[in-house]
Design a protein around this ligand. Structure first.
Ligand SMILES: Nc1ncnc2c1ncn2[C@@H]1O[C@H](COP(=O)(O)OP(=O)(O)OP(=O)(O)O)[C@@H](O)[C@H]1O
Length: 604
């Protein structure tokens, strides 16, 4: 079976290729507007109104110069001025509404994209998170989705607005004087010439900036947390990390400066042409006026004013080319993530299995994390309901991996894992995982209160249930003695608690969940005997009357197991009870002698 490879996906560090603007991509982007079509129509209407009203004021200026002033008509002059003022007031009011709608729509689309990304990421498998860099996802959600906000709030609206302004303005120009209108339009191609070159350069720099920003985010995420800081402090690597940060930070700054400078030259060129336009109008308009009298002075002034409006959209179109390409690249990066399929997916006809008995069967199971080497091969065993199975074996033998296959954190590459006779791949993920409790060695707690961490297992648990689970897990007295009791914040990853306390909270959490199957990874780190016996007492009721898979390191746990599976090199090397296995004198005996023999000799 081909294993999907996330490393194959282009992540931030990749050199950006210029994206292809395809119809499919555009349609996909536009689909995000669909829920807001009513607001869009209102906004479009507002754009039409503002574009049309925009030409009214220059037209009135023409009449002031050509009619009111030569006729010395003060009433008409005041009338035109009031009309101009009124038009501008309406225009500005509509513009405010338009920009409000614009912000509303774009912010909501960004919200939708972020939520979609978050829930999509939650569907991704452990394999995905094992392969992706810590800051990568952060960067996609913040930098990339944040980066496209401008295309929604600015670029797309500017395109639409530009089209309307261009249409209304050119129509007015041609209506007034076709010859002068033609001259005005002829100056426009001069704009577009430098655009392409600048666009390409800016695109390249923008791509580099985005990937450097992702590097920066990764560095921050990896370094500035409890584990990262601990590592850096212990190895006294603060200066190196600061230097690394400064280097990338400087690169980002340089890129930013380059991008801005490229833009500046570009704008300077545009500004020069903008200044050239009115001069040409005065020159040719003046010539037409002097020679043919087909244009009036007011007409020429109006042309100059309208030309400013015409350059506006052209300027926008010129920049849009750059912005659109940049945004398309961001969209591609976002959609690339949306298109990643989790290899652990539910079949459409998956069954909802409730109240499982807990009969577990591994049937010729093979598994590998990657194509290179198999971690598990030909694993076959059965655990009957209520039985406690201990998995023992050397480090790296594959014990943890076996337990991961039961709740489908990974899928087998060969064979099958069955619960009560049903392949786990045929069950709904909610019903499967809802009935399996896992207490790992390294307990992860969210940076929240103890209560919130416990409620993760059962959000509607009553106070009595919480206390009862914690009493059973031998942690209630400890929690109750804390100044804030159950509302005590545990810190990042539960840093404020000891390893033993965290594991007992994890046991209480699993007790609250009350699953049919329990997976317990006993701590390898040597806890003091008091802490160890507290855990021992806590875990007993959890394992009692449930089917359990225990990765066992302590002799007492191993001895009390109903069945022991000895895992070696990804295979079940031996199986049986403690005494049977000792008598067999194989791998188990060897392990026992090495791990516990010396301990007992020393104790004698
Ligand atoms: N996410 C992963 N990607 C690739 N290889 C992995 C991954 N997790 C574990 N492995 C490899 O799979 C093998 C089995 O690991 P596993 O954690 O199942 O061993 P274990 O018997 O539980 O060891 P220990 O007792 O030390 O925890 C090891 O060689 C390990 O390097």
């Amino acid at each position: 079976m081909a294993i999907p490879h996330y490393r194959g996906v282009h992540f931030s560090g990749d050199t950006p290729e210029k994206p292809k603007i395809t119809k499919a991509l555009l349609l996909r982007i536009l689909s995000y507007f669909r829920p807001y079509w009513k607001l869009l129509i209102v906004m479009l209407a507002a754009i039409v109104v503002t574009s049309a009203l925009g030409v009214v004021s220059p037209l009135l200026t023409k009449d002031i110069i050509d009619i009111a002033l030569p006729n010395r008509d003060i009433r008409l002059l005041v009338y035109y001025i009031l009309l101009t003022f009124g038009t501008l007031v309406v225009l500005n009011l509509v513009t405010v509404g338009q920009s409000y709608l614009n912000t509303l729509i774009s912010k909501r689309i960004i919200r939708d994209l972020r939520s979609e990304m978050f829930s999509h990421m939650q569907d991704m498998s452990l394999k995905f998170f094992s392969n992706v860099k810590a800051g990568e996802i952060n960067s996609r959600i913040n930098n990339d989705i944040g980066g496209i906000e401008s295309i929604f709030s600015g670029t797309l609206i500017q395109i639409v607005q530009g089209v309307f302004i261009f249409a209304t303005t050119t129509a007015t120009l041609f209506y007034t004087n076709w010859m002068l209108a033609l001259i005005s339009l002829l100056t426009l191609p001069l704009f577009l010439a430098p655009t392409r070159k600048v666009g390409k350069t800016r695109w390249k720099i923008a791509g580099e900036t985005q990937s450097k920003l992702a590097e920066l985010t990764t560095l921050i995420t990896e370094t500035l947390n409890v584990s990262g800081t601990l590592l850096i402090k212990l190895f006294t690597r603060e200066k190196d990390k600061s230097r690394e940060f400064e280097k990338i930070n400087e690169e980002v700054t340089q890129l930013g400066i380059r991008e801005a400078v490229v833009g500046r030259w570009f704008f300077m060129t545009l500004q020069t042409f903008v200044a050239l336009g009115p001069m040409l109008i005065y020159l040719f308009g003046g010539l037409i006026l002097i020679k043919y009298q087909t244009v009036t002075i007011g007409g020429i002034v109006m042309f100059v004013t309208l030309l400013g409006r015409l350059y506006g959209p052209v300027n926008t179109f010129a920049n849009i080319h750059v912005d659109v390409v940049r945004s398309m690249a961001l969209f591609e990066r976002i959609f690339q993530y949306f298109d990643l399929k989790s290899e652990i997916s539910e079949k459409p006809d998956a069954v909802d299995v409730r109240g499982i008995k807990g009969f577990i069967r591994f049937e010729g199971v093979g598994f590998s994390y990657n194509e290179k080497s198999a971690v598990l091969s030909d694993i076959t065993f059965e655990i009957v309901p209520g039985q406690m199975a201990a998995f023992v074996g050397p480090s790296g033998a594959g014990k943890t991996t076996i337990t991961y296959l039961v709740p489908r954190l990974y899928d087998v590459t060969e064979g099958a894992v069955l619960i009560d006779g049903t392949d786990v791949r045929d069950m709904t993920l909610t019903s499967l995982r809802g009935q399996i409790g896992m207490v790992t060695q390294d307990t992860y707690l969210f940076n929240a209160s103890i209560r919130e961490n416990l409620l993760l297992a059962k959000p509607d648990a009553t106070e009595e249930e919480l206390v009862s689970a914690c009493r059973t897990a031998n942690i209630h007295d400890f929690i109750a003695a804390l100044p804030d009791g159950y509302d005590t914040a545990v810190g990042d990853r539960g840093i404020k608690l000891s390893g033993g306390e965290k594991q007992r909270i994890s046991i209480a959490r699993t007790l609250l969940k009350n699953p049919g199957i329990v997976i317990f990874d006993e701590a390898t780190s040597s806890l003091d005997s008091n802490s160890e016996s507290l855990i021992q007492q806590a875990v007993e009721p959890l394992l009692k009357s449930r089917t359990s898979l225990v990765i066992a390191h302590r002799l007492s746990t191993i001895v009390s197991a109903d069945v022991i599976f000895v895992v070696k090199d990804g295979r079940i090397a031996e199986r049986g009870s403690h005494h049977e296995l000792l008598q067999a004198g194989g791998v188990y005996k060897e392990l026992y002698d090495k791990q516990f023999g010396a301990m007992y000799e020393a104790a004698d």
